[in-house]
Design a binder for this molecule. Sequence first.
Ligand SMILES: *Cc1c(COP(=O)(O)O)cnc(C)c1O
Length: 222
Amino acid sequence: MDVRENLENVRAAIAAAAVEADRKPDSVRLVAVSKTKSAEEIRPVIEAGQRLFGENRVQEAQSKWPGLKAETPGIELHLIGPLQSNKTAEAVALFDVIQTVDREKIAREIAREMEKQGKTPRLYVQVNTGSEPQKAGIEPDQADGFLALCRGELGLSIAGLMCIPPVDENPGPHFALLAKIARANGIETLSMGMSDDFSTAIGFGATEVRVGSAIFGARPPL
Ligand SMILES: *Cc1c(COP(=O)(O)O)cnc(C)c1O
């Protein structure tokens, strides 16, 4: 498994999907999802020029990223997994982007920690486009209100939206719904699309795709 070659293939596929959608290839940013991978496995991907990475657990990210960030300037680390309130301080301290703001309590704690630490991670709101009970994210019909609360009373600047469509459904309508909510709220960053569906997501306007297994190889089952 050559991660360098995988990375090149993913980059080429992103560029092709962008051109297909009449978009500029550099309008789509690649977030390499390194969850479950060790620092040793991640390092070759950094050496191949990749700078944006996603992790879905705060504690796991803390065990490898402070060191990797110290080695290479310009790393941008994204939290793409659900945030528990007892991990908010650590998340604000470590991550450059928190993609999973999805409820008032967490939004308030992030606002408080940002103030306290003097840090300003970029924030995205996660939308549960499939209204799946087990999945994180604000319900689509509550997204406008939640965005207004974040931007108004809480004074948070929300730069993007993210979604994870249900595994067993055609993702297109979910990507379209996320794009519609973003348009209605003047939001430009759309984090959508993973290894199996990033080309589709780019067709629906994704500006960031989160790709793990297509770069790093399959993960052991969780
Ligand atoms: C694991 C994960 C990904 C990457 O999934 P792949 O199918 O391996 O590309 C993307 N987004 C989130 C939120 C994830 O947890």
